[in-house]
Design a protein around this ligand. Structure first.
Ligand code: HAM
Length: 420
């Protein structure tokens, strides 16, 4: 137990964490280009927020939340997703008083007690964006286009954008009746989970992954046929905006999403390269959530990308990304005084932003040079008795073997020139 991380969690280190950093940097760049600003909300919130926001009938709230009572007797939940916390912060800090829309992004760990498998973890990470204050389809298109550009910049090609509209509360009510009538005819043929869903939230039956249910669902009436005039126009407008932007999509009436707050647009970017958990990005419009959480009526739209899945897709498509270790200079030393001088020089170099490294294992000169190679040092230098006496040493270029003599006083300046 002591030497194993909890089930459904993962340590990130070495090459992998460097790759995460590279992806995170691309995320920061794209958010800057689109004018989204970072928000950091607490890792836990009051449980009510998710019950109310994500929805009582969802798997997340019913089965998957990490909920506990704190020492003050409050019910607290580790964030299972990012949207509800951001909506809470939007209300709490009266962000609607600023120029609208409010455009926010976050990079967070999220927690769901799910059955772990490839692409499904108990602690996972999301990059999400939320855009508050506009009900126009241009906002939906902007949010989708950000995801699309990010995937492009990461070199991902094999993902498909699926879009659907769940309509407003009126259209949904109407569709629930039509859908229930259809499901009722075939109820015995559906899996037990779907039979339960039929009662509590029939829409979610469309989301079932079992083959038999999927076959039945493919014959079900489409939600798009029950959309009211305004919702229909909104969805059509979104489609023409995406077409204008040259973002390919398929209309998929079976995209219903696993959270209750959605109204109108819902969408997913799906990859076929990483098995059954192929939804890399999921999002949509949620025009009632802010009000539901106690704020003024505020339309909003957003998405979240699962970083683990994103990296799985990248690896499946492009192979593992290798980050070679790199240092500007390794200064080795032999003898007590030289060791002190070497470490003092390393410190001076680091002060001016040069990535220098010294030896910490009292290795032989040969072993120190081997180490310099391993850590990818571009230059190396070894200090001994003679170098201390003359105040001069040899700087070796580890790539082409060239050597130059210089005084120790010159080292910082020379290195600054070289790494410029
Ligand atoms: P979600 O579909 O529940 O939506 O999650 C978004 C993404 O997070 C998924 O597409 C997937 O990539 C990743 N994800 C979810 N659960 C797991 C898991 N157990 N392990 C690994 N990755 C996972 C939301 O969370 C909404 N808040 C998205 C949103 C933002 N809608 C509007 N704004």
């Amino acid at each position: 137990m002591l030497t194993k991380a909890p089930r459904g969690t993962k340590d990130l280190f070495g090459n992998e964490v460097l790759e995460w950093r590279r992806v995170e940097q691309k995320i920061l760049d794209v958010c800057k280009d689109f004018g989204f600003q970072e928000i950091r909300t607490p890792i836990f919130e009051h449980t009510d927020l998710f019950q109310r926001g994500v929805g009582e009938t969802t798997d997340i709230v019913q089965k998957e939340m990490y909920t506990f009572e704190d020492k003050g007797g409050r019910s607290i939940t580790l964030k299972p997703e990012g949207t509800a916390g951001v909506a809470r912060a939007y209300i709490e800090h009266n962000m609607q008083a600023e120029a609208q829309p409010t455009k926010l992004f976050y990079l967070i760990p999220a927690f769901r007690y799910e059955r772990p498998q490839a692409g499904r973890m108990r602690q996972f990470h999301q990059f999400g964006i939320e855009m508050f204050g506009s009900s126009e389809a241009t906002a939906d298109a902007e949010v989708i286009s950000l995801a699309s550009i990010l995937l492009k910049r990461l070199g991902i090609i094999n993902v498909e954008l699926h879009i659907n509209s769940l309509g407003g509360p009126e259209c949904r009510k109407k569709y629930n009746e039509v859908l229930k009538a259809y499901l009722n005819e075939h109820l015995a043929e559906f899996c037990s989970t779907c039979q339960e869903r039929y009662e509590k939230n029939p829409l979610r039956v469309l989301d079932c992954k079992t083959e038999k249910c999927q076959a039945l669902v493919s014959q079900a009436p489409s939600i798009l046929d029950t959309l009211g005039e305004e919702c229909k126009n909104h969805f059509e407008q979104l489609q023409s905006l995406l077409t204008e932007m040259n973002i390919p999509f398929v209309v998929d009436p079976n995209i219903v999403r696993g959270l209750d707050y959605y109204t109108r647009t819902v969408f997913e970017f799906i990859s076929n390269d990483i098995g059954s958990q192929g939804t890399v990005c999921g999002g949509g419009r949620y025009d009632k959530l802010v009000e539901e959480c106690g704020g003024k009526p505020t339309p909003a739209v957003g998405f979240a990308i699962g970083l683990e899945r994103l990296l799985m897709v990248m690896e499946a498509e492009q192979g593992a990304y290798i980050h070679e270790p790199k240092r500007d200079l390794f200064i080795g030393a032999i003898g007590d005084t030289a060791i002190k001088t070497a470490h003092a020089l390393v410190y001076e170099l680091r002060k001016v932003g040069i990535s220098a490294e010294g030896d910490h294992l009292n290795r032989s000169v040969r072993a120190q040079m081997k180490y310099a190679n391993k850590i990818g040092a571009t230059y190396s230098m070894i200090l001994g008795e003679e170098e201390l006496q003359t105040g001069k040493a040899t700087l070796k270029n580890m790539i082409n073997g060239e050597q130059e003599d210089l005084t120790l006083e010159q080292l910082v300046m020379v290195m600054q020139e070289k790494v410029k």
